[in-house]
Ligand binder design. Structure first.
Ligand code: SF4
Ligand code: SF4
Length: 444
């Protein structure tokens, strides 16, 4: 038996994937109105290229930016621009958004350039295709794919496809790997063409052996792509943890996987690049798992970006219990959602709803110095000291904790018997130190 590779630390939360893993991606009809925030990726927000009243078609460019790290936005339906105005954003607050009234005709934009073949594409073409299609990292990070390919050229000996999907409840990526295997591998080959790695590794957790088998069947004798099964452990899908588990290399603090010769892509991102290369189609849809104890009928949905989250809840039969807590993304790294009026954006991989009594909230959290948080932190940090220094305003001590390396995985909070809100504290401490550094640089 081959021993699966892994990384230091981590936790083993109950996966809760059974409810949705066998539910194939179901195409959700687009709603009457879609909302596209101008900021739904890492990098510069876009500027609208349309005005209220303009007619748009499926795939029409509606917003763009000339910044090197950004991703254009396209209309997911045909219809009319109803307004450009602040609307609720899934990450909180109001964000300038393009509101489109759907005419129900799904008329494609004739400007979309269909290729039908990818054989002759150069690395430059692949970057341009990813950029023009507005493809971003679909695992949740939403980093523009073109910028990532560009930054990995000449620095990548190992291309890693992150098929871990280690967060509990989420199975939309699993479904995509089962249902769109060929598109994913087509995209992986395009990425390999652009990055010229020595080896490409499809990295999965040991709980997805059926996907591993499927990949192996399709890859056949191609020795340039290897399927590697890793231990099932959270956060196996964290980029630095994945690099460590696959190659044994340690990404230095504050650096990216390319510092140790690796570039990491999500399989659905690869598929989106392949689709754009073959059909010219920009990124208009994404898979979303809708699950949790308050959901009547958990499902995986294929949703047009811009669809209000409320619409997804109706598609799964509504709530079976009062939704005490709504989370966008997984329960470990996702964020609490305050309004179902916000839309699905490019980074939305799951919408979870939980009934009362399922969270670990304690109004009087107390550290009992058990040391569990030290053992599980995959970044080798000391969450109890981060918590102590931050809450007691000990900035000099806080600066010695390397909290900026925290990947906000939630493992420490998950094991903490004192119910301390360690992930929130780490997030706040990182922002606080950044703020201090900015003020110091300005001489304040
Ligand atoms: S300190 Fe950060 S990286 Fe370490 S376990 Fe906690 S959330 Fe994860
Ligand atoms: S796990 Fe919680 S209680 Fe234990 S040392 Fe860390 S912060 Fe304290």
């Amino acid at each position: 038996m081959i021993m699966p590779n892994t990384f230091r630390g981590g936790v083993h939360p109950e996966s809760h994937k059974r409810d949705s893993k066998d539910r194939p991606l179901e195409t959700l009809p687009p709603p009457p109105e879609l909302v596209l925030p101008l900021s739904m990726h890492i990098g510069a927000p876009c500027e609208p290229t349309v005005m209220a009243g303009d007619r748009v078609l499926v795939g029409s460019l509606i917003a763009n930016s000339s910044a090197p790290i950004s991703a254009p936005i396209h209309s997911p339906v045909s219809g009319r621009v109803a307004a450009i105005e602040p609307r609720p954003h899934p990450n909180g607050g109001l964000v300038q958004s393009i509101v489109i009234t759907n005419d129900g005709l799904d008329k494609p934009d004739p400007l979309i350039d269909t290729r039908g073949s990818v054989e002759s594409l150069t690395p430059k073409d692949i970057i341009e295709i990813a950029r023009n299609a507005g493809v971003v990292g679909l695992g949740g990070a939403a980093f523009p794919a073109a910028a990532k390919i560009q930054s990995g050229i000449g620095k990548t000996d190992t291309l890693i496809i992150n098929c871990a999907e280690c967060e509990p409840y989420i199975t939309s990526g699993y479904r995509a790997m089962i249902e769109n295997t060929d598109e994913i591998l087509g995209g992986v080959r395009l990425l390999a063409k652009a990055l010229e790695p020595k080896i490409t590794v499809m990295a999965l957790e040991a709980n997805k052996l059926d996907v591993a088998e499927r990949f192996r069947e399709r890859i056949g004798d191609d020795k340039s792509i290897e399927v590697k099964v890793l231990k099932t452990k959270y956060p196996q899908g964290g980029e630095k943890q994945l690099v460590r588990a696959v190659t044994g290399r340690k990404v230095p603090p504050g650096q990216l996987p390319s510092a140790v010769g690796c570039t990491v892509f999500n399989p659905e991102t690869a598929a989106a690049i392949y689709r754009a290369a073959m059909t010219g189609a920009p990124l208009l849809t994404r898979g979303v798992t809708v699950a949790g104890s308050a959901i009547s009928n958990p499902k995986n949905l294929l949703v047009r970006i811009g669809t209000p989250l409320r619409y997804l809840i109706s598609a799964v039969g509504g709530f079976k219990a009062d939704p005490y807590k709504l989370i966008l993304g997984g329960p470990m790294m996702g964020s609490a959602l305050s309004s179902l009026d916000a839309p699905v954006i490019k980074s939305t991989n799951a919408l979870l709803a939980f009934a009362e009594g399922e969270d670990r909230f304690d109004p009087n959290p107390t550290c009992i110095h058990c040391g569990k948080c030290l053992k599980v932190c995959p970044m080798n940090l000391m969450p109890l000291y981060i918590n102590m220094y931050y809450t007691h305003h000990l900035d000099d001590e806080l600066k010695t904790t390397n909290v900026s390396d925290c990947i906000e995985c939630g493992s420490c909070a998950y094991v903490c018997p004192g119910r301390l809100h360690l992930t929130q504290v780490c997030r706040a401490a990182k922002a606080h130190l950044q703020d201090l550094a900015r003020k110091e640089a300005q001489g304040k």
